[in-house]
Every structure is written in structure tokens, then in C-alpha cells.
Design a protein. Structure first.
Length: 313
């Protein structure tokens, strides 16, 4: 059996920990190489440089320890070639993908003749789909927050290598507005790491802004596989942190869903945990509950008197 010293960087790993370490190192290197490629493309003389000149300049910019390796792996070499050949047509294609809505998933996964004519490219396996284009340019796509959900949709979640790569790339994505990650809590994304990443981004929102999206979060809670989820803990934590703004909204949204038997257990559990730990806000909720109950009783009495008057006439 080969020793561990010969297995870590050859792809023949022995343990999950070694596999994770190898993936992290490779992803870190590819990220740095991509940044150097972009740096070279931004040079004023880059348009007049050949591919060989750009690659030579890249090797100069890389750390000295990496230059001991004569060649990179296939994915890294392919990424370098794609980035050095980056064109306006490629940028327009990414923009086109970014503009797709969730209703356009069939376009994202299907063949697009217009896209093929625009890019003027084909892969060794035949014509590219938008899905292939986005995967090959995933590092370039990390600068556009609109492409994150689309990138995660094209992942084959049964392929552990691709999933590991997707999670690593996702962690480096540029997110302009946290609310753009709400889509990651939808039914199209069941991966727990993706959903935890969405909660991490949403945690950057202010309480007043988060309260405005509490209705959507309560609905997303139905999709969680387990009662004890990152989303549930996130909603409970932010509600307890600011009961009057976030917690008050959460309480009444959960109360309005208790008639639904499918989500009664989960919503009832969250409601009970909040009421147990919300402190003085509990008394305010009790007073409001009594007031609402009194108004309901008065309304029912008025309706009953109205019916008696009609019968008396």
C-alpha cells in the first residue's frame, strides 16, 4: 500500500480528512491562480500579448514553491486557458445567464443555439450548454451575486468531488445584498451546507430589514428536513435578540400557521421555545392575546344580537 506522503496530492487519498485537506489546498491554489490571471488580463498591454506570454508572466507572479511543479492538473490548466482567452462575448454570456429567472431553468440546463453562436466555442465532447459554460467559468462568476443560485442548481449533488468543489467556490462568492440568498432556502436547495451559508449571509441584515423578510423565512421553514435546523436556530436567535422588532413579527406569523396540521409540530415547537425565553415580551404578548380574545367575544355577541333582531322582525 502506498504511503500517505504519496497519496495526499495525487488524488488517491485514504481518509475523508485527507480528501478535505487536498481539496482545500487545490481550491486555494486555483483561486490565487485565477486572481493572477485577472491581474494579467487587466494590464494595458494584455491585448497584444500571446497566450504563451501571459502564461510566462503568470509563472513569474506565482509563489516560488509552486514553480517546482512543471505542470498543473487538467482543471487548473483549463481554467488558465479560459481566463487568458476571456472575451467580451464571454462576459455577455455570463450576463445573459445572470438575467435568467427561476422559471428559465430549462434554458439553463438545455442547449442554447444562440449562446453557442455568441461564444463561438465548442468543447471536446461537442457543443456547450449554458450549464457547461457556467461550470467552466465558475471562478469568474463568483464576482456576480446573481449567479450563485444558478451555479448551485447545475451541481450534480450525487458527485462528492463536484459537491466539495461547489462548496469551496460558494464560500468565496461575492454577495452584494444578503437578501439575495433567500433563494438558497427554497425547495431547489436541500444541501445543509448551502442552507447554512444562506443563513450566514442573512445574519448580516439589520433587524428591521430581517423582520420584513420574516414571512418568507417562516414559509422556508416548512422545507427543512429536520425540526432542529440552522434556519430555525437562526430565526430563534434573532427573535430573542430583538423581541419587539423581529420576535413580535415571528410570533404572530407562527400563530397564523397553527391551523396547518403539516407544520403544526414544527411551528408549535418554535413558538413554545420563543415564548419560554422571550422575557418581558411574554407579558406584552399575553395582553395582546387577551385583547384580541375580548374583541372576538364582543364581535360574536354583536353578531348574535343581529341575528335575534332579524328573527324578531
Amino acid at each position: 500500500m502506498p504511503s500517505r506522503a504519496h497519496t495526499n496530492m495525487t488524488g488517491e487519498v485514504e481518509t475523508p480528512r485527507e480528501a478535505l485537506l487536498e481539496a482545500t489546498i487545490k481550491n486555494h491554489r486555483k483561486t490565487i491562480i485565477f486572481q493572477k490571471c485577472q491581474q494579467i488580463n487587466q494590464l494595458p498591454t494584455s491585448k497584444n500579448m500571446s497566450y504563451e506570454d501571459k502564461r510566462l508572466r503568470l509563472m513569474i507572479l506565482l509563489p516560488a514553491s509552486w514553480k517546482l511543479t512543471k505542470a498543473f492538473d487538467y482543471e487548473t490548466e483549463n481554467m488558465i486557458k479560459l481566463e487568458f482567452n476571456w472575451s467580451t462575448a464571454d462576459q455577455n454570456m455570463l450576463e445573459k445567464i445572470a438575467r435568467l429567472t427561476p422559471l428559465d431553468d430549462d434554458i439553463l440546463f438545455g442547449y442554447d443555439e444562440t449562446a453557442l453562436a455568441t461564444t463561438g466555442r465548442s468543447s471536446g465532447l461537442g457543443e456547450w450548454t449554458l450549464r457547461d459554460f457556467l461550470w467552466c467559468h465558475r471562478y469568474h462568476a463568483t464576482t456576480d451575486s446573481r449567479l450563485l443560485a444558478k451555479f448551485l442548481k447545475i451541481i450534480n449533488w450525487g458527485d462528492h468531488v463536484q459537491v466539495r468543489e461547489a462548496r469551496q467556490v460558494m464560500s468565496r462568492w461575492t454577495i452584494i445584498r444578503p437578501e439575495m440568498c433567500l433563494e438558497l432556502l427554497g425547495s431547489s436547495f436541500s444541501d445543509p451546507i448551502v442552507r447554512a451559508y444562506a443563513c450566514l449571509q442573512l445574519s448580516k441584515m439589520r433587524d428591521i430589514d430581517l423582520a420584513g423578510y420574516m414571512l418568507q423565512l417562516v414559509q422556508c421553514l416548512k422545507i427543512e428536513l429536520y425540526d432542529d435546523s440552522v434556519l430555525l436556530r437562526f430565526m430563534l436567535r434573532r427573535s430573542l435578540r430583538n423581541p419587539l422588532v423581529v420576535g413580535h413579527k415571528l410570533f404572530w406569523l407562527l400563530r397564523s400557521e397553527l391551523h396547518n396540521r403539516e407544520s403544526l409540530g414544527r411551528y408549535g415547537l418554535l413558538l413554545e421555545m420563543y415564548v419560554m425565553h422571550c422575557g418581558p415580551h411574554r407579558f406584552l404578548l399575553t395582553d395582546i392575546h387577551h385583547t384580541v380574545h375580548s374583541l372576538e367575544r364582543v364581535t360574536s355577541n354583536i353578531c348574535a344580537l343581529g341575528k335575534k333582531d332579524k328573527k324578531g322582525r
